[in-house]
Write a protein that binds this ligand. Structure first.
Ligand code: SF4
Length: 201
């Protein structure tokens, strides 16, 4: 028998596929499907937006590009398999600079447009632990339940947010690794996920 969770998820997927709320994203498909992960996951990762060479191409967030390879390595370092997780983005469509193929950050309006979909994913998956990857994802949560956390103060900490545990992490992109959070520090930050999962078992 089909679970009601799966039925609700499929309805959400259909809505996101038809969504045209962000004019600059028209013609692109939202990256949300069963490939995003386990609907019963205890941990949900939220990134910024699918990258052109990554999630937008593979349909799997954080795969197929260097950010995805870094993320996979960090996840493996705490013995968490992708099949145990659900991975999504603050903006479900790939943002690009006008007239080029270069990725850009989603605007605050685009993230706000997608906040209702993020809220519904959280309500559906009901993860015990939410992990944000980067400042955009951490800020996106404010539309769901306001907080005053920042990466500078709170990266790698286990916090309480919205009735769940929240672990804010830096984005695993090569640019962030080179400029803001090196590999060793990122690996140390990921241990907070293992702590949060242990605290919630
Ligand atoms: S980013 Fe979200 S709100 Fe914007 S068009 Fe895509 S699915 Fe719709």
């Amino acid at each position: 028998m089909r679970s009601s969770k799966l039925t609700l998820f499929e309805a959400l997927v259909a809505e996101t596929a038809a969504c045209r709320r962000c004019p600059a994203m028209c013609g692109r498909r939202a990256v949300l499907s069963e490939l995003n992960g386990n609907l019963d996951a205890r941990v949900m990762f939220i990134g910024e937006a699918p990258g052109r060479q990554g999630g937008d191409r593979t349909r799997i967030p954080f795969s197929g590009d260097q950010s995805g390879r870094n993320f996979g390595r960090y996840l493996a370092s705490i013995n968490v398999g992708r099949e145990e997780t659900f991975i999504t983005n603050s903006a479900l469509c790939n943002p690009r600079h006008a007239g080029t193929d270069a990725n850009r950050k989603p605007t605050t309006v685009e993230v706000a447009n997608c906040a209702g979909f993020l809220r519904r994913q959280l309500e559906l998956i009901e993860p015990a632990v939410v992990v944000t990857l980067g400042a955009v994802a951490l800020a996106a949560l404010k539309a769901i339940q306001y907080h005053q956390f920042s990466l500078r103060e709170n990266a790698g900490s286990v916090l309480r947010w919205g009735g769940r545990l929240l672990v804010p992490l830096y984005h695993p992109s090569p640019q962030v690794l080179a400029s803001h959070r090196r590999e060793a520090a990122q690996l140390a930050d990921y241990r907070a996920i293992a702590r949060a999962l242990r605290d919630n078992s």
